[in-house]
Design a protein around this ligand. Sequence first.
Ligand SMILES: NC(=O)c1ccc[n+]([C@@H]2O[C@H](COP(=O)([O-])OP(=O)(O)OC[C@H]3O[C@@H](n4cnc5c(N)ncnc54)[C@H](O)[C@@H]3O)[C@@H](O)[C@H]2O)c1
Length: 368
Amino acid sequence: MTMTRQLNVGIVGARRGTGFIQPFNTIAETEVTALCDLNEETLRTVGTTHGVAKQFTDYEKLLEDDNIHIVVLATPENLHVPQTIAALNAGKHVISEVTAAVSLDQCAELVRAVRKSRTKYMMAENYCYLKSNVLIGNMVRRGMFGDIYFGEGEYLHNVKSLHHDSEGNPTWRYRWQVGVNRCNYATHHLGPILQWFNERVVSVCCLGTGVHTDPEYTMEDTVMMLCKTESGALIKIRIDMLSNRPPNSYYSLQGTKGCYEGSRGFGDQPKIWLAESGRGEEWMLLSAFEDEFLPDRWKNPPQEAAHLTDRLGDYFELRDFVDCIIEDTEPPLDVYTALDFTVPGLVSEQSIANAGAPIAVPDFRILD
Ligand SMILES: NC(=O)c1ccc[n+]([C@@H]2O[C@H](COP(=O)([O-])OP(=O)(O)OC[C@H]3O[C@@H](n4cnc5c(N)ncnc54)[C@H](O)[C@@H]3O)[C@@H](O)[C@H]2O)c1
């Protein structure tokens, strides 16, 4: 690919946002040239550490800079939609952190803004680019598991320490992650699983455990969402950001000819079982299938990424985004995909409030 022009990147939200600096600077066509954060101290520290010269405390000022072409939104979840719309209106390409939106009204606003924009929008769902998830996806497409009909994802991460700032004031997470009783922050798990199934969720049922570890929070400690897909498959998502326990991120998959169970930590290895392996009921290490089933680009990364080892997935996510800008194609995690990942968690609020009643999940592709 020839470099037609330099695409300059401005990162907004300099905590999680710093994770985008190295992969964007690895890509020949892009360079992180600007940072924006309300917190001046964070801004200066991150800017100095990573050598990013342009620093803004005012997002509007960043948008006025014609020499910034891509905006990364790593700000609080409730700001993703208004900040995306402002950036698209300013002619910038946007890659937004998860989740895409915090309400159905925001989802509609986002879709309308993306439809009328000439620039690109992609969701930065990095778990879709985890090596194990990419590998399972490829094995599914090659029929190794037969017809798949059940998937599971769990995000167990006690982040109570992030719910108040150093002065004891509630943070955005207090309001938008654990301040509303629904299956919040489900995209890391629902996203990759929906890619395996290659379909969307049509209805959800959601129940919780009740509040046990701290009555301060509205969200029940563990929230469990059952998702029915278009074809009738079942996906179970467990989210827990409150219980006292070590973190874990878990996936599983069941098909007619095989199954997958990710690691539950403490030395456990991701494993699969395949009916046609001829090995009875013996599990096999998932890693043993990398040579045959990992996509070529993972086995032979492009020259520019040859020095990356454990951050290849982050690189591929941003490479895909930059390629869709250069080639004027649809981003792999476009606005509709972003909402397929996000909306089940939003409508689960109605289910949990109604004793787990099934709630239909709107498809924003058919929004007027
Ligand atoms: N994909 C992942 O693995 C992953 C991991 C962590 C966080 N996230 C997502 O990243 C986002 C940020 O999370 P975080 O943990 O960094 O949050 P954080 O609260 O630690 O940091 C957010 C930063 O944004 C800044 N900010 C807030 N409003 C702003 C505004 N209007 N303009 C400019 N800066 C503003 C804050 O000053 C702060 O420095 C969230 O959407 C979260 O869901 C994703």
